[in-house]
Design a protein around this ligand. Structure first.
Ligand code: ATP
Ligand code: MG
Length: 377
């Protein structure tokens, strides 16, 4: 056996023995703290190295002096390395403790999070950033939930109030009929019929809105010609318009197609037209125009009336459920529950479109923007 091979064998045997022992210890301590594991790793590495060097040095029969030097060098290196190990393990355990505190500070209920200081090392910093993002998302979704919940409560309160008034009227009329106290029963019957229709419409709107808000609205999309939608809506609104002396006009540039649920989209146009007619004085006019927006290809439908404008402060609120202008928390003779525009917005957004309102000269204009057919397909 050559002397070089001897050296290799002695070094391997002695450091390997220590290393093996260390590996066993590390395995046993795997469930211990990160810090102790790191320290142990340092000790094992140093001990294996020292064992190898010292064993080889002794076997090579160095002079007493040289052996002493080797041992001193080994001792000093071991001390320095272990010191460094100790320091690093402290940093790492401090960083993981900081991250632990940050995790415990995450308050899901209030979406609060006390971020860890940004110097934990790349991996822990990444975890800490991910936590911060999660906590922001949590806070945002909590906030959304809270506003939705508040608006739902408000809606229920207002609508039940709105239902109570006509119900009280119905009861009074039916009691008067029952008691035979009425001179003109025909008029009462007609009035009963009108009120019942209005209530049915309100309940229907409420049902539609709750389907929209709960995400249960299922659109059956087909290829729909915008011209047909508009002419049907105009025909449906004509009786109300002529009754009120309002002129209805419609125009469209070219034949336009959208992918839409025809029934729901008709409801949108009807709601916009009825609002426009109701807010336009006799002899005024309501105009519906459809155009294709270039270059996006979006189909834009506008309904313009002569309502005299909506106060600027009210413009952002008109689409809120149950909101119906400054005057009147009680429905007028043909006033609704204030659900029409909330339904419009819900249906249009379910079609991945958008609706907005703006004041124009003498009135206001509602604009529907719907993605072109090819964009939806
Ligand atoms: N074309 C319009 N011109 C002027 N104001 C309007 C117009 N459309 C809506 N508004 C205002 O916005 C409010 C909300 O409209 P929305 O259609 O949601 O409810 P509503 O018409 O009062 O009741 P509903 O539609 O449920 O029968 C109206 O009460 C009205 O004050
Ligand atoms: Mg309306």
């Amino acid at each position: 056996v050559s002397p070089e091979l001897q050296v290799v064998l002695i070094a391997a045997a002695s450091s390997g023995g220590v290393g093996l022992l260390g590996a066993l210890l590390l395995r046993v301590s795997k469930r211990g703290s990160l810090r102790w594991t790191l320290l142990l790793l340092g000790v094992v590495a140093v001990a294996a190295m020292v064992a190898g060097v010292v064993a080889t040095a002794r076997a090579m029969f160095l002079s007493q002096h040289d052996l002493g030097v080797v041992e001193v060098v080994c001792g000093v290196t071991a001390a320095v390395t272990l010191g460094t190990c100790w320091l690093v393990s402290r940093w790492i355990s401090a960083a993981s403790a900081a991250l632990g505190r940050a995790v415990r500070s995450l308050d899901v209920e209030h979406g609060q999070y006390q971020a860890a200081p940004n110097s934990l090392g790349a991996e822990l910093d990444a975890v800490s950033r991910a936590l911060a993002e999660t906590s922001e998302r949590l806070a945002a979704s909590r906030e959304r939930e809270r506003t939705l919940e508040a608006s739902r409560r408000e809606l229920v309160a207002w609508v039940s109030h709105d239902l109570r008034t006509p119900l009280a009227g119905l009861r009074a009329m039916s009691e008067a009929l029952e008691d035979g106290l009425v001179d003109d029963p025909g008029r009462y019957h007609r009035q009963l019929r009108v009120e019942v229709d209005r209530l049915a419409g309100m309940v229907d709107d409420l049902f539609e809105l709750s389907r929209i808000q709960s995400g249960a609205l299922r659109l059956s999309l087909t290829e729909v010609a915008v011209d047909d939608l508009i002419s049907d809506a105009l025909a449906g609104a004509e009786p109300l318009a002529s009754n009120r002396g309002v002129r209805l006009t419609g125009a469209s540039g070219a034949p336009l197609l959208i992918a839409a649920d025809a029934g729901e989209m008709s409801r949108v146009l009807a709601n916009l037209l009825f609002n426009a007619i109701r807010h336009t004085p006799a002899d005024g006019s309501v105009r519906v125009v459809a155009t294709a927006d270039r270059p996006s290809g979006d189909v834009v439908v506008t309904v313009a009336d002569e309502c005299g404008g909506i106060p600027d402060a009210d413009l952002p609120r008109v689409f809120e459920p149950a909101w119906r202008g400054t005057h009147a928390r009680t429905p007028g003779p043909n006033g609704g529950a204030g659900l029409g525009l909330a339904i419009v917005r819900g249906i249009v957004e379910a079609h991945r479109g958008a609706v907005r309102v703006a004041n124009i000269a003498g009135g206001c204009e509602f604009e529907l923007r719907l993605p072109a057919l090819h964009a939806q397909a």
